[in-house]
Design a protein around this ligand. Sequence first.
Ligand code: CP
Ligand code: NVA
Length: 305
Amino acid sequence: MKRDFLTLHNWSSEELKKLIATAIKLKKENKDNVKHHLLEGKKLAMIFEKPSTRTRVSFEVGMYELGGYPLYLSANDIQLNRGESIKDTARTLSRYVDGIMIRTKGHNIIEELAEHASIPVINGLTDDFHPCQVMADVQTIYEYTGTYDVKVAFIGDGNNMAQSWLFGAAKFGMDISVASPEGYECKADIVKAAAAEAKVTGAKIEMVRNPLEAVENADIVITDTWASMGQESEKEARKKIFADYQVNRALMDATGKKSYFMHCMPAYIGQEVSEEIYESDISIIWDEAENRLHAQKAVMLKVMG
Ligand code: CP
Ligand code: NVA
């Protein structure tokens, strides 16, 4: 049976931890210049309905390093944008390639694609989830701390990153506290599903209003843009709404311990994060960005290998 990677929800903690171990091994092999073409001859279609730097390049380079072939398909250039259905796109691509990565809008779109594709589908970001980013984040945290026994604070919009992180924390047994302004919280059904998962691993999931409360005792402080792709028209309004949610020196000091700063990027410096913290030595964002490559190679090997 094919296996999709749409959210972390349908993957067990053991499977996800194995993926992290594989990612760490692949990273070491890359540094040692060990080459293996475990996806020799495999083709990955990459559909982008939104822009991307990291996701596109890490999937493309990852596929190349594994001996496979990535095809970049801008949604603007394929028939999808002229009204061909997701269902027919799925059935057509399934006859040519061995896997599909898609960055799209509604999460229902990727679910429909996965339903009608006979090949694995990987989520490269939807409005609700960005699971590949969380895998890279978890890998980075594990590399820096040597444990999954950490507390994560997510400050800001209850967006695709925050929601993916709820599942990430639940699955890896990390405690998480999310601080968002009123009206910008994570969706209630997603919080509920993650809380049910958290019971299995003993992770604590907490949704709060006050960023100072969220960061208390946090080992990792994460934020993301205040206006995600597709919300450009709300940018100015959101700057005001999120003004008290900047990750800066005062907030990092409020963890009460040595903590790291993370951000999936792209970042808007001076908004969700101060320049001082962004450029500081507690900012581990470049390793986080690099780990997209290794974590996704592990995912591709698992579903396409
Ligand atoms: N973090 C992330 O997904 O970056 P891109 O939008 O550049 O792919
Ligand atoms: N929340 C952001 C993440 C970008 C990688 C967005 O969806 O635009």
